[in-house]
Design a protein around this ligand. Structure first.
Ligand code: SF4
Length: 319
């Protein structure tokens, strides 16, 4: 998927008189076959909006979204969208909400296969459901067919959500905070399922998270989003060990697992929250929270600057 947004992506914000704000603006992101890209940002950064646009749950008002070279931005008709929905699946963070409590696990995993008309008979349907449950680590699959979501643990429910996405054999999965509601002890197992899928099926994964250390563990590349803009993108190692944007540095310094502030630039911990997307600051949008801000930052927005091979940072100090 190539996602070059020159204009804006607008998202509805309840309670705002204007009804909509520019939630994501001018980002350029691509995910290759067999690649894991992590999209990292605090709450309010617009990362979920990007996932919703890619999976056609939200419609952008500008820019383009290319899937294997084809512009999917304006495709709206259900019949034209069916092949795309087959190839691109989304995993949500809340397995409690994602699973219909009145449906059996078999029916939940079978539903996309039925609605996308991907099987011809019951035997094929049962085989595909079994295969998906096994790939998500629910074994033996037959033991889960007749059970209901409330009979499963939180980790098992999230595996069912993953199985539902896998059943259609997608080429891209967008996983929005897929482990954030699970116990720490289960997280590693679920992440391993996602990493294995990439190896087994050469699948692309866009992993949306607020957790930079987790992004480093799972991803090949990391894109850091701040108030709807990509502020830094590069390999997972470069972003983690040689970050060039003060926001990325501050996120890492705030993370004890990543060694605190050892060896990094002097950037104090982040103060305050991401401002509202309805009131994006002039100039560099990070400047009200940036301890390194100077006059130019308050006036001019920095463009993405190449700071290494395939490593971009949008900061006047990155030069
Ligand atoms: Fe901070 Fe200025 Fe760089 Fe923005 S451009 S991150 S305000 S130093």
């Amino acid at each position: 998927v190539h996602f070059p947004i020159q204009g804006g992506l607008f998202d509805r914000v309840l309670g705002r008189p204007a009804g909509a704000v520019r939630a994501v603006d001018g980002i350029d992101l691509s995910v290759g076959r067999g690649e894991i890209v992590a999209l990292v940002g605090e709450s309010g950064s617009g990362k979920t909006t990007v996932g919703r646009v890619i999976t056609k749950l939200a419609q952008p008002t500008g820019g383009k979204m290319l899937f294997e070279g084809r512009d999917m931005t304006s495709v709206q008709r259900a019949s034209a969208l069916r092949p795309y929905r087959h190839r691109v699946q989304m995993i949500f963070q809340d397995a409690y909400q994602a699973l219909n409590p009145r449906h059996t696990i078999f029916d939940i995993v079978a539903e996309p296969l039925r609605s996308l008309r991907l099987v011809d008979n019951r035997k094929q349907l049962a085989d595909r459901v079994s295969e998906a449950l096994a790939s998500a680590g629910l074994n033996p699959p037959g033991d889960f067919f007749a059970r209901f979501p409330h009979e499963l643990s939180g980790g098992q429910r999230q595996r069912v959500v993953i199985a539902g996405a896998l059943a259609v054999k997608p080429e891209l999965i967008v996983a929005d905070e897929p482990v954030s509601m699970l116990d720490v002890s289960i997280r590693a197992q679920i992440l391993q399922v996602l990493v294995d899928l990439r190896h087994k099926h050469n699948m692309a994964l866009l992993f949306i998270t607020h957790d930079l250390p987790l992004a480093w563990l799972i991803a090949d590349r990391i894109a850091v989003l701040y108030l709807g803009k990509l502020v830094e993108i590069g390999s997972a190692d470069e972003i983690t060990f040689q970050p060039r944007h003060p926001y990325t540095v501050a996120l890492l310094n705030a993370t004890p697992q990543m060694g605190g502030d050892a060896g990094r630039a002097e950037v104090p911990a982040l103060q305050g929250e991401v401002p509202s997307a309805a009131r994006v600051p002039k100039g560099c949008r990070f400047h009200p929270r940036c301890p390194l801000a100077f006059d130019r930052c308050r006036q001019e927005e920095p463009p993405p600057i190449e700071v290494g091979p395939k490593h971009l940072a949008a900061c006047w100090l990155a030069n």
